[in-house]
Design a protein around this ligand. Structure first.
Ligand SMILES: NC(=O)C1=CN([C@@H]2O[C@H](COP(=O)(O)OP(=O)(O)OC[C@H]3O[C@@H](n4cnc5c(N)ncnc54)[C@H](O)[C@@H]3O)[C@@H](O)[C@H]2O)C=CC1
Ligand SMILES: O=C(O)[C@H]1O[C@H](OP(=O)(O)OP(=O)(O)OC[C@H]2O[C@@H](n3ccc(=O)[nH]c3=O)[C@H](O)[C@@H]2O)[C@H](O)[C@@H](O)[C@@H]1O
Length: 431
């Protein structure tokens, strides 16, 4: 099939490359010329495992091309919308200006029978509004939310764990089935529903994940006041299959370009429709999450005798999670920035996110590698659980720092091993 993808960021670039690898002929459109230039040359403009290989492969076969000119979508029957829906500057709601501009830009190039497929995460009610703009062209709208995780984006797109179609016709279902024919195995669940349910499935999924993380972080707070160990608690409750162990890792909390802004947008939308009280708990989920960043900062001050002022602190990790260079609402970067704001001599390092972090916060000092980062540290904060940090050898690392003190912001180090090697170890929600 011939399809376009409007918006080639973390979602759109992966979607375009994955669709081409499934045999479709794809054109990716973005307003950012630097991004398009990189993609058109077969190079990933951000770090995502597996994406460079897909881009090179499809670049060579000619199945995939990129352009800044939206008129090039003419004649492509399916148009995915994958532009950003960030948090609005003036408050908590979603900023829909990019989605609106993408649809406005697409309208003159649509032909009767085309299918526009929304993938961006939007407040419930958005699809209904966009459908009225699209219908006069004779094209149709479907809402097909995306559930990929950064770091696993290629796999999640090529082998989705479920597909959700918000549609108004059987024809839209048939077209989407054709799009995903190669991605669906015989047991991939496929939920065919209306626009509102499709939009809400996405928001609800992210709200649930965020709630699960804040639940365990709330237990970490209780553990901190009682001497209990939240990691053992998570293991124990996680054995109950109704609860499950996934997303029960207590630590510095969730960040990224989605969970934080999506729960805020959901709460804001619920208030708009007079249902604020139904998801009022999401404000608590957000507050618990942000308190964990403060907890890490308080621990740094505590282990340094009350103040971080002019003390050498190493922050390991800047990305919001491992296997990503994404620093959007990153707890690790936030901790580094806040410590710097307290006058600490912060040196930070991350295997992939230094360039993005430097562009956003040039005031911070960045090491060129892990050894340089550790040199002279009076306290080390593990803020993103990259494998190279999890696998640090406590004995040899102790020899690199000025003072062996570690705050394990992700609860991934073995406290006994680190203490045995002479470290002062502090985890989150661990005695
Ligand atoms: N990043 C992720 O893991 C996932 C993201 N989502 C949702 O997907 C959407 C996109 O997210 P990301 O890819 O992370 O954002 P992003 O910021 O990485 O990418 C958005 C892209 O859209 C482009 N753009 C903006 N206006 C445009 C226009 N009028 N025409 C063409 N391109 C335009 C931007 O230049 C940018 O490259 C959001 O709604 C997000 O919530 C959903 C699931 C996963
Ligand atoms: O809508 C989106 O954009 C995506 O948001 C999340 O994906 P992602 O943001 O890539 O990352 P996650 O793996 O969900 O992690 C989010 C944050 O939670 C944190 N986290 C995760 C799990 C956990 O147990 N504890 C915890 O603190 C991570 O460190 C990270 O900062 C969802 O998992 C995806 O399904 C969804 O498509």
């Amino acid at each position: 099939m011939k399809m376009s993808v409007i918006g080639c960021g973390y979602l759109g670039a992966v979607h375009a490359a994955a669709m081409a690898s499934l045999g479709h002929e794809v054109v990716g459109i973005d307003v950012d010329p630097a991004k398009i230039e990189s993609l058109a040359a077969g190079k990933a403009p951000f770090y995502e495992p597996g994406l460079p290989e897909l881009l090179t492969e499809n670049h060579e076969t000619g199945q995939l091309r990129f352009s800044t000119d939206v008129s090039e979508v003419k004649g492509y029957g399916i148009h995915f919308i994958g532009v950003g829906t960030p948090q609005r500057r003036d408050g908590a709601g979603a900023d829909l200006t990019y989605v609106d501009a993408a649809v406005e830009g697409l309208l003159p190039h649509l032909s009767p029978g085309d299918l526009v497929v929304g993938k961006s995460t939007v407040p419930v009610g958005t699809a209904e509004r966009l459908a009225t703009l699209i219908e006069p062209t004779g094209a149709e709208l479907a809402w097909n939310p995306e559930f990929l995780r950064e770091g696993f984006a290629v796999k999640d797109t090529i082998e989705p764990d479920r597909l959700v179609y918000g549609v108004r016709s059987q024809r839209a279902v048939d077209l989407l089935d054709e799009v995903y024919a190669q991605a669906m195995s015989h047991d991939t669940p496929r939920i065919v529903t209306d626009y509102a349910t499709a939009e809400l499935v996405k928001t609800a999924a992210n709200a649930f994940l965020a709630t699960k993380i804040s639940f365990i972080n709330a237990m970490a707070e209780i553990a901190e006041s009682t001497g209990a160990d939240v990691t053992q608690l998570a293991d124990a409750i996680g054995h109950d299959v109704r609860i499950g162990r996934k997303f029960l890792n207590a630590g510095v909390g969730f960040g990224g370009g989605c969970l934080p802004k999506d729960i805020r947008a959901f709460a804001a939308r619920a208030e708009e429709i007079g249902r604020g009280e139904s998801v009022a708990f999401l404000k608590e989920v957000d507050a618990i999450n942000l308190r964990r960043r403060q907890r890490v900062i308080d621990l740094v001050k505590e282990v340094l005798g009350g103040s971080a002022y002019q003390r050498r602190v190493t922050v390991l990790g800047l990305a919001f999670k491992p296997d990503s260079d994404d620093i959007r609402d990153s707890p690790a970067l936030d901790v580094a920035v806040q410590l710097h704001g307290l006058g600490a001599d912060v040196v930070a390092w991350d295997p992939q996110a230094v360039d993005n972090a430097r562009a956003a916060h040039p005031q911070l000092a960045f090491a060129s590698g892990i050894d340089e980062a550790l040199e002279g540290a009076e306290a080390v904060v593990l803020a993103t659980e990259w494998p190279q940090f999890r696998d640090l050898d406590p004995a040899s690392t102790a020899a690199q720092v000025a003072s062996p003190v570690v705050i394990d912001g992700r609860n991934v180090l073995d406290p006994e091993a680190w203490r045995a090697a002479g470290w002062t170890y502090r985890g989150l929600g661990r005695p």
